[in-house]
Design a protein around this ligand. Sequence first.
Ligand code: ZN
Length: 195
Amino acid sequence: MYIPSFEGKQKQIEELKTCITKTLEVVGEDTQREGLLMTPERVAKCILHLTSGYEQDPVAVLQSAQFSEQCFQPVIVKNVEFYSLCEHHMLPFFGKVHVAYIPNGTIVGLSKIPRAIDILSHRLQVQERFTRELCQCIQEALNPHGVMVVVEAQHMCMQMRGVEKQGAVTVTSSYVGDYQNEQLRNEFYQSIRNS
Ligand code: ZN
């Protein structure tokens, strides 16, 4: 895992500032006008924040708060909001994540699931891979009987450009283990719909 030092971070900011200043020039802006003076630095810090998930390991976060519990019924965490950047356009896609897992003698501190979502969403992503990676890291961290993840999202690259279809929602899912059972999947979908 790559964790930049303070000096490394400053270097990243300086390099990004150069790129963003160049971008402003290319689109015909006056980089010396008041409103834009601090823009390269703000955008640089913003980009580093939105991609800060590369420096963190979601499996380690999930493993940092595990408890033995004789619970073998699905645990559902739904309506977790997320914001990510699509790797094709570097434009936001955002929406809700719903997670279900069936414990195998171990449960996870509930706040760790949103933390894992934050880590994976603060990387350049496609919704399909984001969904699969979340499912896989919960499987790896907890070794449960099953995991299922459903993501519903709107993509700014569809709404602000290209087909310009407002409000279209993309739904993706990923599941392993007991969730290969269709009835279990339907129960999960049912509980999402009742929100
Ligand atoms: Zn896109």
